[in-house]
Design a protein around this ligand. Structure first.
Ligand SMILES: [Zn+2]
Length: 43
């Protein structure tokens, strides 16, 4: 399986782009509204 980025809180993959944080794409979960950053922190 490819690495599909999930929300670290609810595990959903539906998200919107929310700018960049420290050079990485930042996402906002459509379900719970939490912000998370793509990359090795949350896989
Ligand atoms: Zn979420």
């Amino acid at each position: 399986m490819e690495n599909e980025m999930k929300c670290p809180k609810c595990g959903q993959t539906e998200r919107t782009k929310s700018g960049f944080h420290k050079g990485k794409q930042r996402y906002k979960c459509k379900f719970c509204g939490c912000n998370y950053t793509g990359g090795p922190l949350y896989m």
